[in-house]
Design a protein around this ligand. Sequence first.
Ligand SMILES: Nc1ncnc2c1ncn2[C@@H]1O[C@H](COP(=O)(O)OP(=O)(O)OP(=O)(O)O)[C@@H](O)[C@H]1O
Ligand SMILES: [Mg+2]
Length: 498
Amino acid sequence: MAALLKIQEISKRFPGVQALQNVSFEVEQGSIHAIMGENGAGKSTLMQVLAGVHQPDSGSLEFRGEMVHFSSTAEAQEKGIAIVYQELNLAPNLSIAENILLGIEPNRFGFLHRSKLRDRAIKALNRLGLHFDPDRVVRSLTVAQQQLIEICKSLIRDPRLLILDEPTSSLSETESALLFRVVKELQSRGVTILYISHRLPEVFSLCNTVTVLRDGQHVRTARIQETSDDEVVRLMVGRELLQFHRSRAQVTDVVLEVKGLTRRNQYSDVSFFVRRGEMVAMAGLIGAGRSELALGIFGSPPADRGEILLNGKRVQIRQPNDALAAGVAFVPEDRKLMGLVLNGGVGDNISLAKLRNLAVGPFVNRANENALVDRYISRLRVRTPTSEQRTGLLSGGNQQKVLLAKWLAVEPRLLIVDEPTRGVDIGTKAEIYALFDELVLEGIAILVISSDLPEVLALADRIVVMRQGRVSGELSRAEATEERIIHLAALSRVASVS
Ligand SMILES: Nc1ncnc2c1ncn2[C@@H]1O[C@H](COP(=O)(O)OP(=O)(O)OP(=O)(O)O)[C@@H](O)[C@H]1O
Ligand SMILES: [Mg+2]
């Protein structure tokens, strides 16, 4: 089949980083083409070159038989290239309909044509099988729901080439399944799709072709039948993958116990405990109230009712500072809104929460701070030119690592992590698991919230399942299977995304 797109010798340098180096490959018309590679390999940069966000330093692009140069995203859109960015990009205070049709709002005599706007938005939503109220403000949606709105928005202009940069990293299984249907449907209508993902099973079931990038270079493009997941992983990481096994730590006293924790409309009567030397996973569907509960334990905002006990003592956690003082650290799900100062340096972000302990009187001990920062940069393989780099300039997965480093650096006695490996590459994922395992051996209690079932099964000593704001069951490591967790999470009710 003919090539829709020919990428020829594309190079792109950022200060301190050669993000892309002489990358060449072709994308077949009508295919679903996966792009894989470690965090920082250059995937998003390449996609942004195709979408006109970045201009390459050298090299050329041929699209539909024609040489193209995009100096803006508008020019790329004009030619039929649409992109859904890795990081959410919606206007939070506008409605769903306004976001979907941003820039191409229907108007009548120069005024916004409200009813037409709604109609078009509903049509676009229905195409994806979504039934949101188009007047709803985007801010009130979950990350997953926002992701789906982003996709709607990109489809509104009927692109020939649709770029999806890690579209499923924050979607549940049900929502991902919905997205796959949409992607297949688009393919059947002749749309070509470039699909970035860190999830191998997904790539192998959905895509026709896979391209692997490593350190900014093209490694291989192959039809999916001509390769295997082992080969792809080997090409991606270029080193032996860590084999992860949970070790058995000595389980002793209860570190965290919550009793009857309740917050109106979010979670209700939740009780469970986490002991020293154990890792407890909290499973459930998106929207089951797990993140809200974790935030409640962290005091942001606190629960309305119920008790929190740390090492057997009842504590009042009214705000995050109370939690930190009690030795509780929390790695949030949303790194952009809650976690990181994107304009701040990598090192500053890592040492931010820890600073109190590093300070001697009013002075910060710089040498200690630098040692701490370097330790976590290497422990988590954060790919950054220097520790002073602006965090917002790191690749998505590397930002996630900085967020983890920041809270690990606090050395808490209870670490709560919400979706800790979202967007993290397969090699680093195993390393983060090993790190959690080490922490547990060192005596830290870990509560991990994850929608990734293999992750839950790999990590947890015990699994607490939540459904609709309540604990629907608990499973030991020995009892747990994917089916059992799903059963408790959904109780055979079909999950709804609206
Ligand atoms: N605007 C920028 N300024 C400086 N450096 C940048 C910029 N954008 C990307 N980089 C750097 O270029 C390299 C490639 O980043 P890119 O975002 O393309 O990686 P990626 O393959 O998408 O990784 P991930 O899987 O983590 O999303 C990284 O080292 C990143 O820090
Ligand atoms: Mg990326």
